[in-house]
Ligand binder design. Structure first.
Ligand SMILES: *[C@@H]1O[C@H](CO)[C@@H](O)[C@H](O)[C@H]1NC(C)=O
Length: 229
């Protein structure tokens, strides 16, 4: 009786071990379908018919702007991304050296379209087929200057203007506030990190003279008035 009970325990465990064994038995270039380990199709091809006990996997090439860039056991090829401008992408011209050849490097059965970021964008995510998602360079706020201009792989880096300097966000360096006094002008509005100081005309000499004359006249008139009294 005890022997029978231990058999009941052992048999399912043996089955588990056997099934684990068959799960890990497929090789690196194989995929599992049912109980079979089938050879994968090479890049550029998809599975037409899974293998059987007697036949190997039957593969067919990817057609009509579809691709598979890895060995696979898939029944469908993936559509080429065609460098969607909605993802900030455009088709990369082939070759990295100058001058850039005119020919495109479009989708092939074994590789997706090779894309690069649009002008003014940087790549967020890339793989061996180029950039997959790009994002627009961020712009600097008023009070900041462009410390590093964005590239195809990095975003813009902004820094605050400090001291007596300013930038509207589009400058690559902070500008010094205009010194109104040193120009012989009057400061109408002080500068800020995002704007220059505003200078106005200094009280002109003729205005100064006429106001001096005016006050002299008042004083004289007062003196005459007192004397008369
Ligand atoms: C830059 O200025 C903004 C607003 O004036 C402030 O919130 C921020 O902390 C500053 N950044 C640095 C790095 O000083």
């Amino acid at each position: 009786m005890a022997q029978f009970e231990s058999l009941i325990w052992i048999i399912p465990n043996i089955l588990v071990i056997v099934s684990i064994g068959s799960c890990i038995a497929c090789g690196r270039a194989e995929y599992r379908i049912g109980d079979e380990c089938c050879p994968m199709c090479s890049p550029g091809n998809r599975v037409h018919k899974h293998c059987t006990e007697f036949t190997s996997t039957s593969c067919v090439p990817c057609v009509d702007s579809t691709f598979l860039d890895e060995p696979n056991g898939l029944m469908k090829c993936a559509p080429c991304s065609s460098c969607d401008s909605g993802l900030g992408l455009r088709v990369k011209l082939s070759g990295f050296t100058m001058p850039e050849p005119r020919s495109r490097q479009p989708c092939k059965p074994e590789s997706d379209d090779f894309c690069r970021p649009l002008e003014g964008f940087f790549c967020l995510l890339s793989n061996k087929d180029g950039c997959r998602i790009a994002q627009k360079h961020s712009s600097c706020k008023p009070g900041q200057y462009i410390r590093h201009t964005g590239t195809t792989s990095t975003d813009t880096v902004c820094s605050n203007c400090t001291g007596d300097t300013y930038s509207d966000g589009s400058f690559t360096a902070c500008q010094s506030h205009t010194g109104c006094e040193s120009l012989g002008l009057q400061e109408m509005k002080p500068g800020s990190p995002w704007s220059d100081s505003e200078c106005g005309p200094q009280l002109s000499h003729s205005t100064a003279r006429s106001s001096a004359v005016a006050s002299m006249t008042v004083i004289l008139a007062g003196a005459v008035y007192i004397l008369v009294i």
